[in-house]
Design a protein around this ligand. Structure first.
Ligand SMILES: C[S@@+](CC[C@H](N)C(=O)[O-])C[C@H]1O[C@@H](n2cnc3c(N)ncnc32)[C@H](O)[C@@H]1O
Length: 294
């Protein structure tokens, strides 16, 4: 049976194992159709390959940005890796969806939803149900109550949240150490965040800027945003994608004096968007419309 959000958030961090936690988050379908998927230890070969470059620059790696972190499980591992290399880094971990709420609509009915009131899980008498629709639901007609339920509940949940009638929680890993230097921020990599400008010594974007999920134009715009977030020459960028067999294809880039990127190291043939990054020129940063500032 799926763990309910109330139970998940009521139990202490020590009682939740990583597999159970990943299972809980993996069943939550976000408003944009994505699931909160991540897996522990998925970047070991990247760490081995990139370690010498990180160690060389360890003194300057104080501010790090991890983009599209899901629950931040791999961000915790990134923090461990950087500390192990000798870096004292603070990490900003971003995702489109971090903030969430548990809204009790009746003593027997609670809804776990995002900050806009979009239902992520129903809890009826302690039994949890998914609000999202599977293909089979169109055959069995189970989609009808799901669609109706969501359209009735969504505005109600949103007003309850705005009125403070909810329990706010964050969709982040419980494996976060209490003394962690990781700060979670809701952010869309497609929208330029002014407060990130020239702030980071290293940016990682893993399993997010994927061909097939984003258009080439969107990926280009995200590269422009990431470029503007890097402090300056010598700053590092890691791009990676994990396949179904848990193999990684990734590239470690360095920002050059002329503002373009150079590839320092590759794993599994390199990032699938490596060429877009290497072809990127800073002059492309100021198109008339620019990246949306949302
Ligand atoms: C597959 S997970 C990757 C998690 C982690 N980086 C890893 O590799 O294990 C992709 C995450 O990107 C987030 N995401 C999707 N679009 C995004 C955007 N435009 N800006 C920021 N995060 C986004 C999703 O919410 C999801 O949590």
């Amino acid at each position: 049976m799926t763990l309910s959000a109330s139970k998940f958030y009521s139990s202490g961090a020590e009682t939740i194992d990583v597999a159970l936690e990943s299972g809980f988050f993996a069943k939550l379908k976000m408003r944009n159709g994505t699931f909160k998927l991540t897996q522990p230890s998925r970047f070991q070969e990247l760490e081995v390959a990139f370690r010498p470059y990180v160690k060389e620059r360890v003194v300057s790696l104080t501010e790090v940005l991890d983009v599209g972190v899901s629950t931040g499980l791999t961000t915790v591992e990134l923090a461990r890796f950087l500390a192990d290399c000798g870096a004292a880094s603070r990490i900003v971990a971003t995702d489109l969806f971090i903030e969430a709420h548990i809204v009790e609509l009746a003593s027997w009915f609670r809804v776990f939803c995002d900050s806009e009131g979009w239902p992520l899980q129903y809890d009826v008498w302690g039994i949890s149900f998914r609000p999202w629709i599977r293909r089979l639901d169109y055959v069995t007609l189970a989609f009808v109550p799901l669609v109706l339920g969501r359209s009735v509940l969504w505005p109600r949940l949103r007003s309850r949240i705005r009125a403070g009638g909810s329990r706010p929680v964050q969709m982040i890993t419980r494996s976060l150490p209490s003394n962690s230097e990781i700060v979670f921020v809701e952010n869309d990599i497609m929208c330029r965040a002014e407060d990130f400008t020239r702030r980071f010594d290293m940016v990682r974007a893993a399993n997010i800027l994927n061909i097939g999920y984003f258009s080439q134009e969107q990926i280009h715009s995200a590269i422009g945003n990431i470029h503007s977030y890097l402090r300056g020459p010598g700053a590092l960028l890691i791009l990676a994608r994990t396949n179904r067999a848990r193999e990684n294809a990734g590239t470690l880039f360095e920002l050059c004096e002329n503002g373009s990127f150079a590839a320092l190291e590759r794993v599994g043939g390199g990032s699938e968007i490596e060429k877009l990054v290497l072809d990127f020129r800073p002059s492309q940063l100021q198109p008339p419309s620019g990246s949306p500032h949302c």
